[in-house]
Design a protein around this ligand. Structure first.
Ligand code: ACM
Ligand code: ZN
Length: 506
Protein backbone atom coordinates (compact mmCIF):
# COMPACT_ATOMS: atom_id res chain seq x y z
CA UNK A 1 0.00 0.00 0.00
CA UNK A 2 1.40 3.40 -1.05
CA UNK A 3 0.57 6.39 1.09
CA UNK A 4 1.45 9.06 -1.48
CA UNK A 5 2.34 11.91 0.84
CA UNK A 6 3.16 15.38 -0.56
CA UNK A 7 5.64 16.74 0.37
CA UNK A 8 7.69 13.60 0.60
CA UNK A 9 8.88 13.00 4.18
CA UNK A 10 12.58 12.93 4.95
CA UNK A 11 12.43 9.43 6.39
CA UNK A 12 9.64 6.89 5.93
CA UNK A 13 9.64 3.22 6.76
CA UNK A 14 6.74 0.84 6.49
CA UNK A 15 6.13 -1.69 9.25
CA UNK A 16 4.03 -4.85 9.38
CA UNK A 17 0.29 -4.47 9.69
CA UNK A 18 -2.26 -1.67 9.85
CA UNK A 19 -3.84 0.78 12.20
CA UNK A 20 -7.61 0.43 11.98
CA UNK A 21 -10.28 2.44 13.70
CA UNK A 22 -14.06 2.58 13.52
CA UNK A 23 -14.79 6.28 12.94
CA UNK A 24 -12.28 9.07 13.49
CA UNK A 25 -9.75 8.41 16.23
CA UNK A 26 -9.73 10.85 19.12
CA UNK A 27 -6.63 13.00 19.67
CA UNK A 28 -5.05 13.38 23.11
CA UNK A 29 -1.69 14.12 24.62
CA UNK A 30 0.33 16.84 26.30
CA UNK A 31 -1.57 19.97 27.20
CA UNK A 32 0.93 22.33 25.53
CA UNK A 33 -0.43 21.09 22.21
CA UNK A 34 -4.09 21.61 23.08
CA UNK A 35 -4.59 24.23 20.35
CA UNK A 36 -3.08 22.07 17.61
CA UNK A 37 -4.96 18.97 18.78
CA UNK A 38 -8.34 20.72 18.88
CA UNK A 39 -7.78 22.31 15.48
CA UNK A 40 -6.75 19.00 13.88
CA UNK A 41 -9.79 17.23 15.31
CA UNK A 42 -11.95 19.92 13.73
CA UNK A 43 -10.08 19.70 10.38
CA UNK A 44 -10.41 15.88 10.24
CA UNK A 45 -14.13 16.07 10.97
CA UNK A 46 -14.79 18.77 8.39
CA UNK A 47 -12.64 17.12 5.72
CA UNK A 48 -14.76 13.98 5.95
CA UNK A 49 -18.04 15.86 6.16
CA UNK A 50 -18.84 14.48 9.62
CA UNK A 51 -21.31 16.46 11.74
CA UNK A 52 -19.99 18.66 14.57
CA UNK A 53 -20.35 17.46 18.12
CA UNK A 54 -19.97 13.82 17.15
CA UNK A 55 -18.16 12.12 20.03
CA UNK A 56 -14.70 11.17 18.74
CA UNK A 57 -13.54 7.62 19.11
CA UNK A 58 -11.11 6.66 21.86
CA UNK A 59 -7.97 8.81 21.92
CA UNK A 60 -5.87 6.65 19.62
CA UNK A 61 -3.63 9.56 18.59
CA UNK A 62 -1.19 10.68 21.28
CA UNK A 63 0.73 13.96 20.85
CA UNK A 64 3.86 14.03 22.98
CA UNK A 65 6.31 16.81 23.80
CA UNK A 66 9.90 15.60 23.40
CA UNK A 67 13.33 17.29 23.37
CA UNK A 68 14.13 18.92 19.98
CA UNK A 69 14.49 16.35 17.20
CA UNK A 70 16.84 18.69 15.29
CA UNK A 71 19.04 21.62 16.19
CA UNK A 72 17.97 25.24 15.85
CA UNK A 73 14.89 26.59 14.14
CA UNK A 74 14.47 23.43 12.07
CA UNK A 75 13.92 21.55 15.33
CA UNK A 76 10.72 23.47 16.01
CA UNK A 77 9.18 22.18 12.79
CA UNK A 78 10.46 18.63 13.08
CA UNK A 79 8.16 15.76 14.08
CA UNK A 80 8.14 11.99 14.40
CA UNK A 81 5.01 9.99 13.59
CA UNK A 82 4.72 6.35 14.57
CA UNK A 83 1.73 4.33 13.45
CA UNK A 84 1.22 0.81 14.74
CA UNK A 85 -1.75 -1.54 14.96
CA UNK A 86 -2.14 -0.37 18.55
CA UNK A 87 -2.22 3.38 18.01
CA UNK A 88 -0.64 6.54 16.65
CA UNK A 89 2.08 8.54 18.39
CA UNK A 90 3.20 11.98 17.27
CA UNK A 91 6.25 13.57 18.86
CA UNK A 92 7.68 17.07 18.55
CA UNK A 93 9.33 19.70 20.70
CA UNK A 94 7.08 22.57 19.59
CA UNK A 95 3.59 23.32 18.33
CA UNK A 96 4.82 23.82 14.76
CA UNK A 97 6.22 20.28 14.62
CA UNK A 98 3.04 18.82 16.08
CA UNK A 99 0.97 20.79 13.58
CA UNK A 100 3.04 19.54 10.62
CA UNK A 101 2.77 15.98 11.92
CA UNK A 102 -0.98 16.34 12.28
CA UNK A 103 -1.17 17.58 8.67
CA UNK A 104 0.71 14.50 7.50
CA UNK A 105 -1.76 12.41 9.48
CA UNK A 106 -4.55 14.45 7.89
CA UNK A 107 -3.34 13.35 4.45
CA UNK A 108 -3.34 9.73 5.61
CA UNK A 109 -6.86 10.08 7.00
CA UNK A 110 -8.16 11.72 3.80
CA UNK A 111 -6.88 8.72 1.84
CA UNK A 112 -7.59 6.03 4.40
CA UNK A 113 -11.15 6.74 5.52
CA UNK A 114 -13.79 4.63 3.87
CA UNK A 115 -17.27 3.62 5.03
CA UNK A 116 -16.63 4.93 8.56
CA UNK A 117 -13.44 2.94 8.92
CA UNK A 118 -9.95 4.39 8.98
CA UNK A 119 -7.11 2.18 7.75
CA UNK A 120 -3.50 3.39 7.71
CA UNK A 121 -0.46 1.17 7.16
CA UNK A 122 1.88 0.83 10.11
CA UNK A 123 4.86 3.11 9.55
CA UNK A 124 7.43 5.43 11.02
CA UNK A 125 8.00 8.95 9.67
CA UNK A 126 10.73 11.30 10.80
CA UNK A 127 10.41 14.64 9.11
CA UNK A 128 11.66 18.22 9.04
CA UNK A 129 11.92 21.01 6.45
CA UNK A 130 14.81 21.84 4.16
CA UNK A 131 13.99 25.59 4.22
CA UNK A 132 12.36 27.75 6.89
CA UNK A 133 10.52 29.97 4.35
CA UNK A 134 7.92 28.05 2.35
CA UNK A 135 5.75 30.82 1.03
CA UNK A 136 2.73 31.67 -1.02
CA UNK A 137 1.84 35.19 -2.20
CA UNK A 138 -1.66 36.35 -3.07
CA UNK A 139 -2.33 39.62 -4.89
CA UNK A 140 -5.60 40.98 -3.50
CA UNK A 141 -5.34 44.36 -5.24
CA UNK A 142 -5.96 43.40 -8.87
CA UNK A 143 -8.65 40.98 -7.76
CA UNK A 144 -10.13 41.12 -4.27
CA UNK A 145 -10.44 37.75 -2.55
CA UNK A 146 -12.77 37.43 0.44
CA UNK A 147 -11.48 36.57 3.92
CA UNK A 148 -13.37 33.28 3.83
CA UNK A 149 -11.70 32.29 0.57
CA UNK A 150 -8.26 33.17 1.93
CA UNK A 151 -8.98 31.01 4.96
CA UNK A 152 -9.90 28.09 2.73
CA UNK A 153 -6.61 28.53 0.85
CA UNK A 154 -4.46 28.82 3.97
CA UNK A 155 -6.00 25.72 5.49
CA UNK A 156 -5.20 23.64 2.40
CA UNK A 157 -1.74 25.18 1.93
CA UNK A 158 -0.92 24.22 5.50
CA UNK A 159 -1.76 20.62 4.61
CA UNK A 160 1.47 20.88 2.57
CA UNK A 161 3.48 22.53 5.40
CA UNK A 162 3.44 25.93 3.68
CA UNK A 163 4.25 28.37 6.48
CA UNK A 164 4.37 31.91 5.03
CA UNK A 165 1.44 33.86 3.60
CA UNK A 166 2.69 36.95 1.78
CA UNK A 167 -0.32 39.24 1.48
CA UNK A 168 0.12 41.74 -1.40
CA UNK A 169 -2.27 44.32 0.02
CA UNK A 170 -1.75 47.40 -2.14
CA UNK A 171 -1.15 48.20 -5.78
CA UNK A 172 -2.26 50.57 -8.53
CA UNK A 173 -5.62 48.81 -8.69
CA UNK A 174 -6.66 49.07 -5.05
CA UNK A 175 -5.62 49.75 -1.45
CA UNK A 176 -7.03 47.01 0.77
CA UNK A 177 -6.65 47.88 4.45
CA UNK A 178 -7.55 50.84 6.67
CA UNK A 179 -4.96 53.25 8.06
CA UNK A 180 -6.78 55.37 10.67
CA UNK A 181 -4.91 58.64 10.05
CA UNK A 182 -5.43 58.35 6.28
CA UNK A 183 -9.10 57.48 5.76
CA UNK A 184 -9.04 58.25 2.03
CA UNK A 185 -6.85 55.20 1.42
CA UNK A 186 -10.04 53.22 1.93
CA UNK A 187 -12.66 55.81 0.98
CA UNK A 188 -11.02 56.44 -2.40
CA UNK A 189 -8.18 53.95 -2.73
CA UNK A 190 -10.21 50.79 -2.21
CA UNK A 191 -12.83 51.75 -4.81
CA UNK A 192 -12.43 50.85 -8.41
CA UNK A 193 -14.58 51.68 -11.39
CA UNK A 194 -14.48 49.89 -14.71
CA UNK A 195 -13.15 52.92 -16.59
CA UNK A 196 -14.21 51.58 -19.99
CA UNK A 197 -17.73 50.81 -18.76
CA UNK A 198 -18.48 53.67 -16.38
CA UNK A 199 -22.11 52.62 -15.94
CA UNK A 200 -21.00 49.58 -13.91
CA UNK A 201 -21.11 50.01 -10.14
CA UNK A 202 -18.01 51.07 -8.25
CA UNK A 203 -16.66 48.35 -5.96
CA UNK A 204 -15.33 49.26 -2.53
CA UNK A 205 -13.20 46.37 -1.39
CA UNK A 206 -10.95 46.16 1.63
CA UNK A 207 -10.35 44.10 4.77
CA UNK A 208 -11.58 45.60 8.02
CA UNK A 209 -9.25 45.64 11.01
CA UNK A 210 -11.40 42.89 12.55
CA UNK A 211 -11.09 40.73 9.44
CA UNK A 212 -7.33 41.21 9.37
CA UNK A 213 -6.95 40.24 13.02
CA UNK A 214 -9.12 37.18 12.48
CA UNK A 215 -7.14 36.11 9.44
CA UNK A 216 -3.81 36.57 11.19
CA UNK A 217 -5.08 34.45 14.11
CA UNK A 218 -6.45 31.82 11.73
CA UNK A 219 -3.10 31.62 9.95
CA UNK A 220 -1.21 31.61 13.26
CA UNK A 221 -3.22 28.64 14.52
CA UNK A 222 -1.95 26.83 11.40
CA UNK A 223 1.65 27.95 12.07
CA UNK A 224 1.55 30.26 9.06
CA UNK A 225 3.24 33.65 9.36
CA UNK A 226 1.41 36.45 7.57
CA UNK A 227 3.80 38.89 5.88
CA UNK A 228 1.99 42.03 4.72
CA UNK A 229 3.21 43.90 1.66
CA UNK A 230 2.71 47.57 0.96
CA UNK A 231 4.22 48.22 -2.45
CA UNK A 232 6.38 51.42 -2.35
CA UNK A 233 7.20 53.77 -4.00
CA UNK A 234 5.76 52.44 -7.29
CA UNK A 235 2.51 50.57 -7.86
CA UNK A 236 0.90 53.30 -5.76
CA UNK A 237 -1.82 54.78 -7.97
CA UNK A 238 -4.54 53.79 -5.50
CA UNK A 239 -2.74 55.71 -2.74
CA UNK A 240 -2.16 58.66 -5.09
CA UNK A 241 -5.85 58.73 -6.05
CA UNK A 242 -6.53 59.10 -2.31
CA UNK A 243 -3.77 61.66 -1.63
CA UNK A 244 -2.82 63.26 -4.98
CA UNK A 245 -0.49 65.78 -3.33
CA UNK A 246 1.95 62.89 -2.72
CA UNK A 247 2.61 62.42 -6.46
CA UNK A 248 5.06 64.48 -8.51
CA UNK A 249 2.38 66.07 -10.73
CA UNK A 250 -0.28 66.49 -8.07
CA UNK A 251 -2.77 64.47 -10.09
CA UNK A 252 -5.65 63.95 -10.35
CA UNK A 253 -5.12 60.19 -10.32
CA UNK A 254 -7.49 57.27 -10.58
CA UNK A 255 -7.46 53.83 -9.04
CA UNK A 256 -6.49 51.98 -12.17
CA UNK A 257 -8.38 49.19 -13.84
CA UNK A 258 -5.72 48.58 -16.46
CA UNK A 259 -2.62 46.50 -15.88
CA UNK A 260 1.01 47.32 -16.33
CA UNK A 261 3.64 49.62 -14.97
CA UNK A 262 2.51 53.21 -14.41
CA UNK A 263 4.80 56.23 -14.35
CA UNK A 264 3.02 57.86 -11.41
CA UNK A 265 4.79 56.93 -8.18
CA UNK A 266 5.31 58.59 -4.79
CA UNK A 267 7.22 61.87 -5.09
CA UNK A 268 10.70 61.32 -3.67
CA UNK A 269 11.10 65.06 -3.10
CA UNK A 270 8.07 65.45 -0.85
CA UNK A 271 8.66 64.75 2.86
CA UNK A 272 4.96 64.25 3.41
CA UNK A 273 5.20 60.79 1.87
CA UNK A 274 7.11 59.77 5.02
CA UNK A 275 4.18 60.84 7.21
CA UNK A 276 1.95 58.49 5.23
CA UNK A 277 4.46 55.65 5.32
CA UNK A 278 4.95 56.13 9.10
CA UNK A 279 1.22 55.77 9.62
CA UNK A 280 1.09 52.74 7.34
CA UNK A 281 3.97 51.03 9.17
CA UNK A 282 2.37 51.81 12.55
CA UNK A 283 -0.81 50.14 11.37
CA UNK A 284 1.02 47.10 10.02
CA UNK A 285 3.04 46.78 13.24
CA UNK A 286 -0.20 46.78 15.17
CA UNK A 287 -2.01 44.19 13.04
CA UNK A 288 0.78 41.81 12.09
CA UNK A 289 2.94 40.02 14.66
CA UNK A 290 5.33 38.69 11.98
CA UNK A 291 8.88 40.05 12.18
CA UNK A 292 8.78 40.97 8.46
CA UNK A 293 7.15 43.78 6.50
CA UNK A 294 7.41 43.71 2.70
CA UNK A 295 7.96 47.18 1.19
CA UNK A 296 7.66 46.14 -2.48
CA UNK A 297 10.07 48.20 -4.56
CA UNK A 298 9.44 46.48 -7.89
CA UNK A 299 8.93 48.19 -11.24
CA UNK A 300 9.49 51.83 -10.30
CA UNK A 301 9.79 54.12 -13.35
CA UNK A 302 11.84 57.28 -12.74
CA UNK A 303 10.34 59.47 -15.49
CA UNK A 304 8.26 61.56 -13.06
CA UNK A 305 11.24 62.01 -10.72
CA UNK A 306 13.35 63.19 -13.65
CA UNK A 307 10.83 65.90 -14.52
CA UNK A 308 9.81 66.92 -10.99
CA UNK A 309 11.47 70.05 -9.49
CA UNK A 310 11.12 68.68 -5.94
CA UNK A 311 12.73 65.38 -6.89
CA UNK A 312 15.53 67.16 -8.76
CA UNK A 313 16.21 69.30 -5.72
CA UNK A 314 16.39 66.19 -3.54
CA UNK A 315 18.77 64.58 -6.00
CA UNK A 316 21.06 67.61 -5.83
CA UNK A 317 20.94 67.85 -2.04
CA UNK A 318 21.92 64.20 -1.74
CA UNK A 319 24.66 64.54 -4.33
CA UNK A 320 23.26 61.76 -6.49
CA UNK A 321 23.90 61.49 -10.20
CA UNK A 322 20.95 59.35 -11.28
CA UNK A 323 17.25 59.47 -10.39
CA UNK A 324 17.32 55.71 -9.76
CA UNK A 325 19.44 56.39 -6.68
CA UNK A 326 16.39 58.01 -5.11
CA UNK A 327 14.78 54.58 -4.90
CA UNK A 328 17.73 53.23 -2.91
CA UNK A 329 17.57 56.26 -0.67
CA UNK A 330 13.85 55.65 -0.06
CA UNK A 331 14.49 51.96 0.62
CA UNK A 332 17.14 52.81 3.22
CA UNK A 333 14.79 55.30 4.83
CA UNK A 334 11.84 52.85 4.91
CA UNK A 335 14.15 50.20 6.34
CA UNK A 336 15.16 52.56 9.17
CA UNK A 337 11.52 53.32 9.90
CA UNK A 338 10.78 49.61 10.15
CA UNK A 339 13.77 49.01 12.38
CA UNK A 340 12.36 51.57 14.81
CA UNK A 341 9.28 49.33 14.93
CA UNK A 342 11.42 46.20 15.43
CA UNK A 343 10.47 44.92 11.99
CA UNK A 344 12.67 43.43 9.30
CA UNK A 345 12.20 44.86 5.78
CA UNK A 346 11.76 42.72 2.69
CA UNK A 347 11.80 43.97 -0.86
CA UNK A 348 11.64 42.78 -4.46
CA UNK A 349 15.08 42.45 -6.04
CA UNK A 350 15.04 45.96 -7.56
CA UNK A 351 15.68 47.35 -4.07
CA UNK A 352 19.38 46.53 -4.50
CA UNK A 353 19.87 48.48 -7.72
CA UNK A 354 22.08 51.54 -7.64
CA UNK A 355 22.41 51.35 -3.88
CA UNK A 356 26.18 51.59 -3.44
CA UNK A 357 26.83 54.04 -0.59
CA UNK A 358 23.17 53.84 0.40
CA UNK A 359 23.72 51.99 3.65
CA UNK A 360 21.06 49.33 3.20
CA UNK A 361 20.88 47.29 6.40
CA UNK A 362 22.24 43.74 6.07
CA UNK A 363 19.03 42.27 7.52
CA UNK A 364 17.02 43.54 4.52
CA UNK A 365 15.60 40.40 2.88
CA UNK A 366 15.61 40.34 -0.91
CA UNK A 367 12.89 38.52 -2.80
CA UNK A 368 14.33 37.48 -6.15
CA UNK A 369 11.64 37.54 -8.85
CA UNK A 370 13.17 38.65 -12.18
CA UNK A 371 15.18 35.47 -12.17
CA UNK A 372 17.54 34.05 -9.60
CA UNK A 373 20.32 36.57 -10.27
CA UNK A 374 18.90 39.11 -7.82
CA UNK A 375 19.06 36.49 -5.07
CA UNK A 376 22.59 35.48 -5.97
CA UNK A 377 23.71 39.10 -5.91
CA UNK A 378 21.86 39.83 -2.67
CA UNK A 379 23.36 36.83 -0.89
CA UNK A 380 26.85 37.80 -2.07
CA UNK A 381 26.23 41.16 -0.36
CA UNK A 382 25.16 39.38 2.83
CA UNK A 383 21.39 39.77 2.56
CA UNK A 384 18.99 36.94 3.34
CA UNK A 385 17.10 35.81 0.26
CA UNK A 386 13.74 34.36 -0.68
CA UNK A 387 13.71 32.91 -4.19
CA UNK A 388 10.60 33.45 -6.25
CA UNK A 389 11.85 33.59 -9.84
CA UNK A 390 9.18 34.30 -12.43
CA UNK A 391 11.17 32.40 -15.07
CA UNK A 392 11.77 29.36 -12.91
CA UNK A 393 8.56 27.81 -11.68
CA UNK A 394 7.38 30.33 -9.11
CA UNK A 395 4.82 32.47 -10.98
CA UNK A 396 1.45 30.83 -10.62
CA UNK A 397 -0.39 33.39 -12.78
CA UNK A 398 1.44 31.92 -15.78
CA UNK A 399 -0.42 29.25 -17.73
CA UNK A 400 -0.05 25.64 -16.68
CA UNK A 401 0.61 24.46 -20.20
CA UNK A 402 0.90 25.71 -23.75
CA UNK A 403 -2.66 24.85 -24.76
CA UNK A 404 -5.03 27.51 -26.10
CA UNK A 405 -7.71 26.81 -23.50
CA UNK A 406 -5.40 27.16 -20.50
CA UNK A 407 -6.07 30.38 -18.59
CA UNK A 408 -3.28 32.65 -17.44
CA UNK A 409 -0.96 35.49 -18.26
CA UNK A 410 -0.16 35.62 -21.97
CA UNK A 411 2.25 33.18 -23.51
CA UNK A 412 4.26 32.56 -20.37
CA UNK A 413 4.18 29.02 -19.02
CA UNK A 414 4.96 27.53 -15.63
CA UNK A 415 4.58 23.76 -15.89
CA UNK A 416 4.10 21.68 -12.75
CA UNK A 417 7.47 20.21 -13.69
CA UNK A 418 9.11 23.66 -13.62
CA UNK A 419 7.69 24.35 -10.19
CA UNK A 420 8.84 20.96 -8.94
CA UNK A 421 12.38 21.41 -10.28
CA UNK A 422 12.97 24.93 -8.99
CA UNK A 423 15.65 25.09 -6.34
CA UNK A 424 16.26 28.23 -4.26
CA UNK A 425 19.94 27.41 -3.94
CA UNK A 426 21.77 27.93 -7.22
CA UNK A 427 24.95 26.06 -8.24
CA UNK A 428 27.09 29.22 -8.28
CA UNK A 429 26.34 30.08 -4.64
CA UNK A 430 29.04 29.58 -2.05
CA UNK A 431 28.19 27.81 1.22
CA UNK A 432 27.88 31.17 2.95
CA UNK A 433 25.50 32.41 0.28
CA UNK A 434 23.43 29.22 0.41
CA UNK A 435 23.12 29.66 4.17
CA UNK A 436 21.42 33.02 3.52
CA UNK A 437 18.67 31.45 1.41
CA UNK A 438 15.60 31.35 3.62
CA UNK A 439 13.57 29.44 1.05
CA UNK A 440 11.19 30.10 -1.76
CA UNK A 441 7.72 31.17 -2.69
CA UNK A 442 4.96 30.82 -5.27
CA UNK A 443 3.22 34.05 -6.33
CA UNK A 444 -0.29 34.44 -7.63
CA UNK A 445 -0.76 37.81 -9.33
CA UNK A 446 -4.42 38.33 -10.02
CA UNK A 447 -4.72 40.66 -13.03
CA UNK A 448 -6.34 37.82 -14.95
CA UNK A 449 -7.53 35.59 -12.11
CA UNK A 450 -11.05 36.84 -11.66
CA UNK A 451 -12.42 34.43 -9.07
CA UNK A 452 -11.45 32.18 -6.19
CA UNK A 453 -12.16 28.99 -8.14
CA UNK A 454 -9.85 30.22 -10.85
CA UNK A 455 -7.18 30.97 -8.28
CA UNK A 456 -7.44 27.42 -6.94
CA UNK A 457 -6.87 26.08 -10.44
CA UNK A 458 -3.70 28.15 -10.81
CA UNK A 459 -2.40 27.34 -7.32
CA UNK A 460 -2.95 23.58 -7.28
CA UNK A 461 -1.14 21.33 -7.88
CA UNK A 462 1.77 23.72 -8.53
CA UNK A 463 1.95 24.68 -4.84
CA UNK A 464 2.00 20.94 -4.02
CA UNK A 465 5.08 20.67 -6.23
CA UNK A 466 6.66 23.76 -4.68
CA UNK A 467 5.93 22.49 -1.18
CA UNK A 468 7.96 19.38 -1.94
CA UNK A 469 10.70 21.48 -3.51
CA UNK A 470 10.96 23.57 -0.33
CA UNK A 471 10.34 20.92 2.35
CA UNK A 472 11.92 17.70 1.14
CA UNK A 473 15.67 17.09 1.00
CA UNK A 474 17.22 17.69 -2.38
CA UNK A 475 18.37 14.05 -2.57
CA UNK A 476 14.76 12.86 -2.37
CA UNK A 477 13.50 15.09 -5.16
CA UNK A 478 12.26 12.87 -7.95
CA UNK A 479 9.71 14.11 -10.44
CA UNK A 480 8.67 10.58 -11.49
CA UNK A 481 7.90 9.76 -7.86
CA UNK A 482 5.98 13.03 -7.42
CA UNK A 483 3.96 12.33 -10.56
CA UNK A 484 3.04 8.86 -9.28
CA UNK A 485 1.90 10.27 -5.92
CA UNK A 486 -0.01 13.20 -7.37
CA UNK A 487 -3.26 11.46 -8.48
CA UNK A 488 -3.90 10.10 -4.97
CA UNK A 489 -3.09 13.53 -3.55
CA UNK A 490 -5.46 15.25 -5.98
CA UNK A 491 -8.24 13.02 -4.65
CA UNK A 492 -7.53 14.63 -1.28
CA UNK A 493 -7.80 18.07 -2.87
CA UNK A 494 -11.13 16.99 -4.41
CA UNK A 495 -12.36 16.01 -0.95
CA UNK A 496 -11.38 19.48 0.28
CA UNK A 497 -13.40 21.05 -2.54
CA UNK A 498 -10.31 22.46 -4.26
CA UNK A 499 -10.32 22.82 -8.02
CA UNK A 500 -6.97 21.69 -9.37
CA UNK A 501 -5.40 21.63 -12.80
CA UNK A 502 -5.18 18.11 -14.24
CA UNK A 503 -3.55 18.56 -17.66
CA UNK A 504 -0.02 17.57 -18.69
CA UNK A 505 2.62 18.11 -16.03
CA UNK A 506 5.69 18.25 -18.21
C1 ACM B 1 6.55 41.50 -9.60
O1 ACM B 1 6.18 40.47 -10.20
N1 ACM B 1 6.32 42.69 -10.12
C2 ACM B 1 7.24 41.43 -8.34
ZN1 ZN C 1 8.63 64.39 -7.32
Amino acid sequence: MQIDLIPRPVYLEYQEGFFQNAGLPGIGGDRVFQGEMALAAEQFRRDLGLPPGEAPGKAAVACREVPPLREGEQGKEAYRLTITAGGITLEASAGAGIYHGLQTLRQLILSGYDHNTLTIPALTISDYPRFPWRGFMLDVSRHFYTPSFIKKLLDVLSLHHINVFHWHLTDDQGWRFPVPAYPELIETGSKRRDLRNPQTPELKQFYTSGEIRELVAYAGARHITVVPEVDLPGHTKAALAAYPELGCTGGPYQVDDQHGIFSDVLCAGNDRIFDLVEAVFDTLAEFFPAPYVHIGGDEVPVSRWEACPKCRRRLEELGFERPRQLQGWLTARFARMLKERLKIPLGWDEVLEDTEKMGLPPELVVMSWRGREGGVKASSAGHPVVMSPSNDGCYLDYRNYDLPEEPGAGSRITRVYDTYMTDPVTPEMTRDQAALVLGGQGNLWSELIYAGRWAEYMIFPRMCALAESLWSPRELKDFASFSRRLPAHQKRLDMLNILSYRGPLQ
